[in-house]
Design a protein around this ligand. Sequence first.
Ligand code: RP5
Length: 160
Amino acid sequence: MAKVAIVMGSDSDLKKMEKGAQLLEEMGINYEMRIISAHRTPAEAKEFAEGAKGRGVEVIIAGAGMAAHLAGAMAAHTHLPIIGVPLSGSSLAGQDALLSTAQMPPGVPVATMAIDGSKNAAVFACQILALKDSEVEEKLLEFRKSMAAGVREKDKKLQK
Ligand code: RP5
């Protein structure tokens, strides 16, 4: 059963969103991945968000470019936490998506990552799951340790 859902507005977003999927795989988290558009397939977007909790999904990661605002559309139809990933690729280099994702009106929030920040979205999703899943918590602690080891290794090389 997928605990995390990754949705994106188009197959042109796939390459950027795959980084998040890869992190979830490394963490051993089951996820589902869908292409659903807030403006091209609005009925599916509504159905997907409304049914997510019933399918066992605990967090939704939503990535979209331009001003499509898929994350906000997801948030409109579920009270599950939504992590928005504004995507680059537009003539505004993702600034449009960043603002439309971050600037949600009061009452219906979207946790907004950096432009193209699908990896952090996946880490954040793990942090939410880790609140009640000690195995995920353990993996997150290991992930942090390995990042720290990587930095120390780079510093060691620099000092040689
Ligand atoms: C958004 O419009 C998608 O998330 C994508 O980033 C952007 C362009 O979509 P395509 O025209 O490449 O399908 O809905």
